[in-house]
Design a protein around this ligand. Structure first.
Ligand SMILES: Cc1cc2nc3c(=O)[nH]c(=O)nc-3n(C[C@H](O)[C@H](O)[C@H](O)COP(=O)(O)O)c2cc1C
Length: 162
C-alpha cells in the first residue's frame, strides 16, 4: 500500500532522535496545564532563547498560545509515564503537588532540566505556532534523559566522565 506523503514525512522526521519535554503554563482558572513536546530547540545564547512548536489542532492551543510565562521540563529516562500522561488533553491538569513556581513560571518537579520562560515572539508556520521563549531561569541535574526515536521512547545516558 502506498504511504501517504504526510505519513512519509512524519516517518522520516522521526529518524531525528530528540529528548522529551513537558511545557507547562497556568490557565485562566488558576490551574496548570502540561503538554508533551519534542520540538524544543535552542535558539540563542545572548539573549537566552529557545523555541517549541504548538500544533494548531491542539485542544490546549489557547492556553499555550496565549501564555506569557511558561516552563519547559526535560524528562528523565524513568519518566515515560509523565510524557504519556501529558500527551492526552483529558489528563493535562497538573496537580499542585507536582508543580512549583520557578523563575516566575509553573514547572513540574520532575525532570533532569528545567527552563522558566517568558514569551519573546510567536510566529505562525503552516499548521503550527512557533513559540520563542526568553529563558528567565534554568537548572539542570545529572542523570539519563528520556528520548524519542522512530515513534518510541528510549533513554540516553552520558557515559563520559566529565
Ligand atoms: C513524544 C511526543 C512529542 C510531541 N511533541 C509535540 C510538539 O512538539 N508540539 C505539539 O504541538 N504537540 C506535540 N505532541 C502532541 C501533544 O503532546 C498532544 O498529544 C497533542 O497536542 C494532541 O492532544 P491535544 O489536542 O489534547 O493537545 C507530542 C506528543 C508526543 C507523544
Amino acid at each position: 500500500m502506498e504511504v501517504e506523503p504526510e505519513q512519509a514525512f512524519r516517518r522520516a522526521m522521526s529518524a531525528f532522535a530528540t529528548g522529551v519535554t513537558v511545557v507547562s503554563a497556568a490557565r485562566d482558572d488558576g490551574r496548570m496545564s502540561g503538554i508533551t513536546v519534542n520540538s524544543l530547540t535552542s535558539v540563542s545564547l545572548r539573549p537566552r532563547l529557545l523555541l517549541w512548536c504548538l500544533g494548531d489542532q491542539s485542544e490546549r492551543y489557547d492556553i499555550f498560545a496565549n501564555a506569557d510565562a511558561w516552563g519547559v521540563t526535560v524528562l528523565g529516562a524513568d519518566e515515560e509515564a509523565i510524557a504519556v500522561r501529558y500527551s492526552r488533553a483529558e489528563r493535562e491538569s497538573i496537580e499542585s503537588g507536582e508543580a512549583e513556581m520557578f523563575g516566575g513560571a509553573p514547572l513540574l518537579r520532575a525532570g533532569v532540566a528545567q527552563f522558566a520562560c517568558r514569551t519573546h515572539d510567536r510566529r505562525v508556520a503552516g499548521d503550527h505556532l512557533i513559540i520563542i521563549g526568553e529563558v528567565t531561569d534554568f537548572r539542570v541535574k545529572a542523570g539519563p534523559a528520556l528520548s524519542f526515536f522512530r515513534g518510541a521512547y528510549g533513554s540516553v545516558d552520558d557515559t563520559r566522565s566529565t
